[in-house]
Design a protein. Sequence first.
Lengths: 126, 231
Amino acid sequence: MTEKKVLLVDDEREFLEVLGTRMRNRGLDVATADSAEEAIRKAEQKNFDVLVLDLNMPKMDGLETLKILKRNNPDIHVIILTGHATVENGIRATLSGAEEILEKPSNVDMLIRKIEKLVTKKMVKI
Amino acid sequence: MNPQWEIIGSEGFKFMGKMNASISHEIKNVLAIINEHAGLLEDFTLMAEKGMPVDPERLKQVAGKIQSQIQRADTIVKNMNTFAHSVDEAKGTVELGGLLSFMAVLTERLATMRGVTISAVASPEPITITTHPFLLQTLIWFCLEAVMENAVTGKKLHLSARADEQGVQVVISGLENTEKLFSSHGFPGRRENALLEALEGNAAVKGEGGEIVLTLPLTFSNPAMAKGEVS
């Protein structure tokens, strides 16, 4: 099976760095972006399977970023990884195209299981 | 309760809530980073158990990063505690330089979210006034919030204090569209006016529209406020 391509987006650089390392150590192809602008740019250059996105980000928030990335790549799966996984945030994110919502601090293995589930679902759909 | 204090009460709660939400978000971010570093250490342990070599320098680096995040969390919690205690007294001596530095730190995340940076500029001499500390913080936040709504991304705002014969002035500078802020957006609005009245101050635009100047007395003349009986 090919490596799952994941774009990890969060404005906390240190968080991106460590979580990215841990995910790569588990065999995923992970790119990181610390802003919405960088995420949009990277998503234009590469076709990612899954977007893991924080909601609270400077300038352009996660939901706005999600809408743009979904518009550019409707097949991308989206997992929200946020500090405040409230029901309201969950509803807003789902309505914008997110399929999963996880609260920080999270468990990397659980995140990867969710990524695998979404990518498998995509393969079955194809 | 009179209408002015009803406004102050409800707006004060909103300010407190906004700051607490921002602080709790920051703490969550720190916990998430510590969680990932701890997880990385666990990954190294599993590697070592499988006989794979683990570089001690790498372990030392991760431990150092955890310690630095703990320091970051400690600063956040100290600031949260200072902020929580600002409602303790209805009257207190405030050194404006310290208060403005604190406001810059307290509002840093909310400003960053809007693409704005806020910094405090130190006064040559300490400027102290007797005022209601929490109401003053609330007023400064509402001014910053109104300014940030009109600010372009990348804007740098400065907080400073100065004293003259009329009293002391808290200055928010580096602004744009302040004339518009005052004329079209109705600033200062009901909440700012209620706070200005309680603090016996006034707000004006100066420096060709580049500054909001809050003029405040050295102490209260209102007997109830002077006795610290209104909170």
